[in-house]
Design a protein around this ligand. Structure first.
Ligand SMILES: *Cc1c(COP(=O)(O)O)cnc(C)c1O
Length: 439
């Protein structure tokens, strides 16, 4: 058997991007600004300063096309195995008997287990530089909490993580990993904030939600000037930091002479999808590619396919600005599915705008069918994907099966946002038949 030349496309360390790409510079029409929920006026930068340091606020509001990646951030990204490999899923193609070519960008290779380190490093760097001593945050599945704890440790600041209780109880290994990196982790709703105590009084058995955990993390940040808040998805600066994925991918596709027909990513708040696709969406806006972009959500929190495009709060308690986004409503508490990273009520305003302008399509799947796709991927490619990533894999498999029926030799590329080695509980329920439908 001769392997195809494009089985694996790597870049050298020096080829790691030197600048992030900002889609806000190229999306036609102005982005709708975040609003202060009390006045419904656009938020001024100084109103965000109790939550974020100045450089992060500047990036959040920037419409500059390219923004320099600080040297120290680049050095640390190299330690997270960047540039990450682009691989062809040759055995999956054979198994599906499809004429399509399937490629995947390997964010699972990071020692932090997912793409989350790409922004965690940058956020820890800027906050440490600004003299902040603690970052607070929320985490759903746990990937973001562990990534932020590891990154804060590298820059000598503290991390306090509120983990959605449903996930916290399911995934005891996340606590170990967070604490090993020096972070503090609480199940949310918790007794450590006023909001958490109030919520627990009314809902003592709450499994929590990302919206509640964000409220708790913001409360601590607002109370102490030396503490800032870090968000692992949704906001523009997070999408920006993740574009190293798509910028690398563009170089890799050039090297391997791949012309993508469909690019697929799972979406919780939208960050791995954004990072993976925005540099190519820029080409689509310029008319340089016919590639289609598909965002895949969980039926447990279908903000694009089942929600509305409107202003909504980013959290449950009302500490965050109102964002113009696809949302199922900020007080929606999604069912406890294993793809915890996809249990967010809203969607990145940049991804939402790209959907509204017709550059991105969306689809939602039930967790059972996505775990089935993950099992197929594990058996053919040998990699156990994160439950979130299974959504992208399911969509890629469906597209490849359509190609089998039509005979089209499409190039399908998906983002493998993370591995599932710390999510084996989900696979265990899948295998023993106790997994519930998510819709
Ligand atoms: C957090 C996470 C997601 C969902 O978040 P996005 O911001 O939409 O990328 C997807 N996959 C993995 C592995 C995650 O950890």
């Amino acid at each position: 058997m001769t392997l195809p030349k494009d089985i694996r496309t790597s870049l050298d360390v020096e080829e790691l991007p030197k600048k992030w790409y900002n889609l806000a510079a190229d999306l036609p029409g102005r982005l709708k600004p975040p609003l202060n929920p009390k006045t419904m006026e656009p938020v001024r930068p100084d109103e965000l300063s109790s939550l974020f340091c100045d450089k992060i606020i500047k990036q959040e509001m920037s419409t500059e096309r390219f923004i320099n990646i600080p040297g120290e951030v680049r050095d640390n990204l190299v330690h997270l195995c960047r540039p990450s490999v682009l691989q062809r899923a040759y055995r999956l193609e054979k198994h599906l008997k499809t004429p399509a070519k399937i490629y995947f960008k390997r964010e699972d290779m990071s020692p932090l287990g997912s793409h989350k380190g790409n922004t965690a490093i940058a956020q820890a760097y800027y906050n440490a530089e600004a003299g902040i001593h603690t970052l607070t945050t929320e985490t759903g599945a746990g990937q973001w909490g562990t990534a932020l704890a590891a990154s804060c440790n590298l820059f000598d600041i503290k991390a306090t993580v509120f983990m959605v209780r449903g996930s916290y109880d399911h995934k005891p290994t996340r606590k170990i990993v967070t604490e090993l990196y020096g972070g503090t982790i609480y199940p949310s709703p918790s007794v450590h904030t006023e909001y958490g105590r109030k919520y627990l009084k009314e809902h003592p058995d709450s499994i929590g939600s990302l919206g509640i955990a964000i409220t708790e993390a913001c409360e601590l940040a607002m109370k102490d000037p030396g503490t800032c808040y870090a968000l692992g998805s949704v906001l523009n600066h997070v999408m920006l930091h993740q574009t190293v994925i798509g910028l690398e991918l563009k170089e890799q596709m050039k090297k391997a002479e791949i012309e993508p027909d469909v690019m697929i990513g799972c979406v919780g708040g939208g960050s791995n999808f954004a990072g993976f696709s925005f540099p190519m969406i820029a080409e689509k806006i310029k008319g340089n590619t016919e590639c289609e972009f598909l965002a895949v959500e969980s039926k447990a929190a279908p903000s694009i396919t089942g929600g509305e495009y409107r202003y909504d709060l980013g959290d449950t308690g009302g500490f965050t600005p109102m964002l113009m986004m696809h949302t199922v409503g900020h007080d929606y508490v999604p069912p406890s599915v294993h793809a915890g990273g996809l249990r967010y009520h809203g969607m990145s305003p940049l991804v939402s705008a790209a959907v509204e302008q017709g550059y991105v399509n969306a689809v939602a799947y039930d967790q059972l069918e996505t775990f089935e796709a993950g099992e197929t991927f594990a058996k053919t490619e040998g990699i156990i994907p994160a439950p979130e990533s299974n959504h992208a894999i399911k969509a890629a498999i469906d597209e490849a099966i359509r190609c089998r029926q039509t005979g089209e030799e499409k190039s399908i590329i998906f983002c493998l946002s993370g591995h599932g080695m710390l999510d084996l509980n989900g696979y265990s329920e899948y295998l023993d038949g106790s997994m519930k439908s998510s819709s």
